[in-house]
Write a protein that binds this ligand. Sequence first.
Ligand SMILES: CC[C@H](C(=O)O)C(=O)SCCNC(=O)CCNC(=O)[C@H](O)C(C)(C)COP(=O)(O)OP(=O)(O)OC[C@H]1O[C@@H](n2cnc3c(N)ncnc32)[C@H](O)[C@@H]1OP(=O)(O)O
Length: 296
Amino acid sequence: MSVCGAARFRGSVARILQQHRAVCSHTSGSSTEGIREKLQAFPGGSVELRKQRDSGVALLTLNNPARRNALSGSMMLDLEQRLCELETWTEGRAVIVQGAAGTFCSGSDLSAVRAIANPHDGMKMLSCGDVSGRLPLISVALVEGRALGGGAELTTACDFRLMTSDAVIQFVHKHMGLVPGWGGAARLVRIVGSQNALKLLSGARKVDPDTGKQMGLVDEVLHCSSGEGEALCQAERWLGPLIQGPAPVIQAVKRVVVSGRELPLDQALQTERSVFGTVWGAPANLEALALKPKHK
Ligand SMILES: CC[C@H](C(=O)O)C(=O)SCCNC(=O)CCNC(=O)[C@H](O)C(C)(C)COP(=O)(O)OP(=O)(O)OC[C@H]1O[C@@H](n2cnc3c(N)ncnc32)[C@H](O)[C@@H]1OP(=O)(O)O
């Protein structure tokens, strides 16, 4: 790469990292003040992050099995922290979001929900758990067992959803007198279309893997015969072909697709141009050119 090209590349990377830091500092700043203390008062469980450096695949595990991996107050804060860690993982390619002990997530912890069941705290809480398209990595929700309420919403914040054959996704919000607030409704509309989204939300319908696949909510149904860990192995295998290649290129692909999916067209085009500037003439591009490629 020329000196000029290298400087441009570094400049673009620095800009992207700055944007990531801005998001992290925004979510730990004044918009969440007060609610953090309230959430902290509802401990239990944890959100664990394991970065597998050889493959560039991280495992994000919701771990609160005694409550079917309900998101306690402290877990919402943990989740925020883990997302910030992933945002700056430059060698990362993908993240698999899963629940411990064979089930995904039963939604927000009802004891925390009861304590902050007022409009002011509810609005503040939303600024804590925003998974959305922030992640520079390809994200996969591995749904075993149940994904209910906030847990169902979390699956829509991922790029892909894989379900084991006995799993269920259910947007139980209506039964709780609620609608999604973390972006679950808007994303559901984009994933399955407004007719299907309306059916799933207004009917609080249980989605089994086959129905999910037909609607386009589910990307793959995993049939696991043997025990623990098989679903994760299958998910990693499914992900394999999508994450072959250099991490900066995978991350760039993710960014252009998410901006195309979630931003108005003019902003998406602008983002695409600036992401393009980070890969053109960058090491992976130069190495590929040096190989005289033939795409058979
Ligand atoms: C709606 C949106 C909102 C948001 O995030 O914005 C929410 O998500 S509110 C929460 C919505 N979720 C629920 O209402 C789940 C209610 N629970 C159930 O339907 C069942 O517990 C189920 C299907 C998850 C599991 O049933 P199973 O028979 O397998 O087990 P148990 O019912 O015996 O549950 C074991 C144990 O876990 C506790 N539990 C389950 N979910 C939650 C939760 N969301 N918050 C707090 N605690 C939960 C359950 O009470 C049992 O506790 P125990 O002390 O053993 O009785």
